[in-house]
Design a binder for this molecule. Structure first.
Ligand code: ZN
Length: 441
């Protein structure tokens, strides 16, 4: 993350607000006008946009557009300028945006009017501005990746592929779901056909990537959820009133539980080289569900020296982590992020990768991965924890200044080892117990 901030006052926001509220039981209101705690869903977006310093908003509506126009008017009540664009024939999400060709230039935000969003827009825009691209899209893991539209990207967020549902069976997929909020550049217009219904996720973004242009995926644990059903709307109202949605905004300090991978997420074996080798431990699903119920982030930090040793490639490791995501996803859970160290310090083996054979800052017991996560997600390390089955993990936690570093000792062998006591804060016999204890504190 950079420490400078780009001015948002000249970056407009477009809101696609043409949806019908049929599934919400609304016959006389468009979906974005669905009442949430007595206020239209769309008004929360307008407030978020105005608070970020954005000055111009285009609301693209169709179905019962007059209700939106009547309520929001010229936007002066919110200190912004709102322009209403009414579509006669619905042409999909991309088709709606096509109407703006020639009217706006440079970067612009695109919101979906039926998604509740509470995120740091400035941070997203600063990230977008770090590297030239045609589009930046918000992604997050969810608890049903098997029936979601997925976005496959590399470690830096450069998108490789868009994968629409339904998914092929027996393929390992990264749990990275299109969260329906974008920053686009005006270069996108040439990819959108006129007078034909098109969708960003299904048609336009895949075409951009196929043409060799860059799209970037911005992974964030912040709150973005579409309000498709009355149940979701009720859940949302609960989350807003309890302060949960606002607390997740990365403007506010986050708390995390860092998890070692081998022995904690998956059974420890002598090298996990293939997706098939990745078997979830007995209590990790239950443990992750507990973490997500609390307000902690679940972040994996793992040493992967086999990359440096040349025993596996980054592509192999990606497949292993896609297997992790797919297996956790089947059980309706996920991790918020994963960091790995590809390095190893000792040189001198056949087939090793010389540039990875270095003394780095990220290999545990060094705290580099935890510090990087703290920067990425604005984590308060003094209120965070690490759970691992080696003192390498707990020492990294201590070096990062965590609240507590917990050693998982399933056999009771560490407890007797006096010289190890300085290396961790406490011992737990299972991950589940460790998480339960943290959640009680
Ligand atoms: Zn490293």
């Amino acid at each position: 993350m950079t420490n400078w901030s780009k001015d948002l006052s000249s970056v407009p926001a477009l809101i696609i607000a043409g949806g019908k509220g049929t599934r919400l039981g609304l016959s006389d209101l468009p979906k974005p006008m669905a009442p949430v705690l007595g206020k239209p869903l769309l008004e929360y977006q307008i407030e978020l946009i105005a608070a970020a310093g954005i000055k111009t908003v285009y609301i693209l509506s169709g179905f019962l557009a007059e209700k939106i126009i009547e309520y929001f008017g010229d936007g002066s009540q919110w200190g912004i300028r709102i322009e209403h664009i009414v579509e006669d024939v619905p042409l999909g999400t991309a088709g709606a945006i096509k109407q703006m060709e020639g009217r706006i230039s440079g970067d612009f935000f695109v919101f979906y009017g039926d998604v509740y969003v509470d995120m740091d827009l400035q941070r997203f825009y600063d990230w977008h501005s770090e590297k030239p691209s045609t589009a930046s899209i918000v992604v997050h893991p969810n608890d049903h990746p098997y029936d979601s539209d997925l976005v496959d990207s590399d470690k830096n967020g450069d998108v490789r592929q868009f994968i629409s549902k339904p998914h092929d069976q027996g393929v390992w997929r990264k749990n990275s779901v299109n969260a329906a909020l974008y920053i686009l550049t005006d270069a996108i217009f040439e990819y959108i056909p006129k007078d034909r219904s098109t969708d960003f996720g299904k048609n336009i973004f895949p075409a951009v990537v196929e043409s060799g242009k860059l799209i970037r995926a911005y992974n964030t644990p912040e709150f973005l959820k579409d309000m498709g059903t009355p149940e979701r709307l009720k859940e949302l109202e609960g989350a807003i009133s309890s302060g949960k949605t606002a607390a997740r905004n990365i403007k506010n300090k986050q708390r995390a539980i860092f998890l070692d991978r081998d022995g904690i997420i998956n059974d420890e074996i002598d090298g996990v080289f293939k997706p098939e080798d990745f078997e979830l431990t007995d209590d990790i699903v239950e443990s992750l569900k507990m973490i997500h119920k609390s307000d902690y982030l679940a972040i994996v930090v793992t040493n992967q020296p086999f990359l440096a040793k040349g025993f596996m490639t980054v592509a192999d490791l990606d497949q292993v982590h896609a297997a992790m995501d797919t297996k956790l996803g089947k059980e309706r859970t996920f991790v918020d992020a994963l960091y790995y160290c590809p390095h190893h310090p000792e040189k001198g083996w056949d087939g090793e990768i010389p540039e990875l054979k270095i003394e780095c800052d990220c290999r545990k017991p060094k705290p580099g991965m935890l510090l990087e996560a703290a920067r990425d997600f604005n984590i308060d390390l003094t209120k965070s924890y690490i759970i691992g089955d080696r003192t390498n993990d707990t020492l990294a936690g201590k070096a990062a200044g965590l609240k507590a570093s917990i050693l998982i000792d399933r056999t009771g062998t560490y407890k007797d080892s006096k010289e190890q006591n300085e290396a961790y804060d406490r011992v737990s016999s299972s991950v589940k117990d460790a998480v339960a204890e943290i959640c009680k504190e």
